[in-house]
Design a protein around this ligand. Structure first.
Ligand code: NAD
Length: 440
């Protein structure tokens, strides 16, 4: 099939590369010329394992990138994979996605004038929202698409197909999904999505459940999914904070709790909390949408409150051991989780701010996220290695569980005062180290 993917960030690039790999002809559209140039060059503008290999294989063959919307009208399916960032009140900013939907509608109307004039009954266009949007947002994007399409509005149909991939394993997650969710208003749209995913599903070698529902329910499934996962971690953190008060290792407790198959063992690792571009934004967005609809969701409010408090708890543990004013303090890990260079809502951000407020001389280290963090803290000192960050430091705060932090060993010996506050349970306790685990 001919597929256009509008927006080439983490989701759009993964989608475009994987659809090309599945045999489709894909055009990636992005307003950023650097992103487009990188894609045509066979590489991603973002760090994501396996993505560059797919791009190198398919760029110039089954995958082309452009800043223009012209080709949209020729596509069998157009995906919108545009960012939906938070506004100050937590609700999602639909501005960029609305603009892309309008431009997509205009391109469809402009490009299909010929075939419409010839009365081509097959001249219908399916536009699929991949972005995470709230149920009321679906109507807004459908309106924008129809407004852009003008007289061609009746030949354009909107569907939703929320994405569940995780940064750091985006390609593998996309190629081996736990489920697919198709939110459509017609059999025609559902069948088109079936055809599109058919080669991908055939390649998984396992039975992938496909949930077929309406567009609003589909996007609500995405929010419920993320709200559940974020709340699960927050509950583990809440219980972890209780464990710490009693001198109990929360991991020993949760390892046992996770054996209950009604609970499951995943997302029970307590620590400094969740960040990234999805959990904070999505939980805030559905809380804001619920409030707007007259319901204040107390469980989701509490999940956010627990999460917001975890960095402070790390700082409390630090304060109990060392006054960091004027001292060098290493922050190990800047990405919101290992395997990505994404620092959006990383727990490292409030930690660095709190350290700076205490007058500490902060040095940050991350194996891949230094450049992205530099945009938030241009004047921070960034080390080339964890060992260099620790050298002469009076304390270290571990914020991301990169594997390499588990093997630092002698690097701690170069610290001026070896106080380590571990927010991810990645450092081994050892002689000569003043070690505090956040919830253990
Ligand atoms: P992103 O910010 O990484 O990428 C968005 C891209 O869209 C950018 O490259 C930007 O240049 C481009 N863009 C903006 N306006 C445009 C326009 N008018 N036309 C063409 N391109 C335009 O975003 P992302 O992380 O890929 O997320 C996209 C959506 O998918 C969001 O709604 C997000 O919530 C959702 N999502 C993200 C993830 C994730 O792990 N990142 C997972 C599931 C769902």
């Amino acid at each position: 099939m001919r597929v256009t993917v509008v927006g080439s960030g983490y989701v759009g690039t993964t989608l475009a590369a994987c659809l090309a790999d599945a045999g489709h002809d894909v055009t990636a559209v992005d307003i950023d010329p650097d992103v487009v140039a990188a894609l045509n060059d066979g590489r991603a503008a973002i760090h994501e394992p396996g993505l560059d290999d797919l791009l190198a294989e398919h760029a110039g063959e089954r995958l082309h990138a452009t800043t223009e919307y012209d080709g949209v009208s020729d596509a069998d399916v157009t995906f919108l994979a545009i960012g939906t960032p938070s506004r100050a009140d937590g609700s999602i900013d639909l501005g960029p996605l609305t603009a892309a939907a309008e431009m997509t509608g205009e391109a469809i109307a402009g490009g299909s004038e010929g075939s419409a004039a010839e009365g081509n009954p097959e001249d219908r266009h399916l536009v699929v929202v991949k972005s995470t949007i709230t149920p009321p947002g679906v109507g807004a994007i459908r309106e924008a698409l129809r407004a852009g399409a003008g007289d061609a509005a009746d030949r354009v149909e909107l569907a939703t197909n929320p994405e569940f991939l995780r940064e750091g394993s985006a390609v593998d997650d996309f190629q081996h999904p736990d489920k697919l969710v198709f939110g459509t208003d017609s059999d025609w749209a559902a069948e088109r999505l079936d055809s599109l995913y058919e080669p991908l599903l055939a390649a998984t070698g396992s039975e992938v459940p496909v949930i077929r529902t309406d567009p609003e329910t589909a996007v609500m499934i995405k929010y419920a999914n993320n709200a559940f996962l974020a709340s699960k971690i927050s509950l583990a953190n809440d219980l972890g904070n209780v464990c710490k008060r009693f001198g109990i290792d929360a991991y020993e407790v949760m390892d046992a709790v996770g054996l209950d198959d009604r609970i499951g063992s995943q997302f029970l690792r307590s620590g400094v909390g969740w960040g990234g571009s999805c959990f904070p934004k999505d939980v805030d967005a559905i809380r804001a949408a619920a409030r707007e609809a007259g319901y204040e969701p107390p469980m989701l409010d509490a999940a956010v409150a627990v999460n917001d408090g975890q960095p402070d708890r790390m700082l409390d543990l630090l304060d109990a051991h060392v006054d960091v004013a004027g001292e060098r303090v290493a922050v190990l890990g800047l990405a919101f989780k290992p395997g990505t260079d994404d620092v959006r809502n990383s727990r490292a951000i409030p930690i660095i701010e709190a350290l700076q407020a205490r007058g500490a001389d902060v040095v940050g280290y991350d194996p891949v996220a230094t450049d992205t963090m530099r945009e938030h803290f241009p004047d921070l000192e960034y080390a080339d290695s964890a060992a260099a960050a620790l050298d002469g430091a009076s304390a270290a705060l571990v914020v991301t569980d990169w594997d390499e932090f588990a093997a630092l060993d002698d690097a701690f010996d170069a610290m001026a005062d070896p106080v380590v506050i571990d927010g991810r349970r990645i450092i081994e306790r050892r002689d000569g180290l003043t070690y505090e685990g956040l919830t253990w």
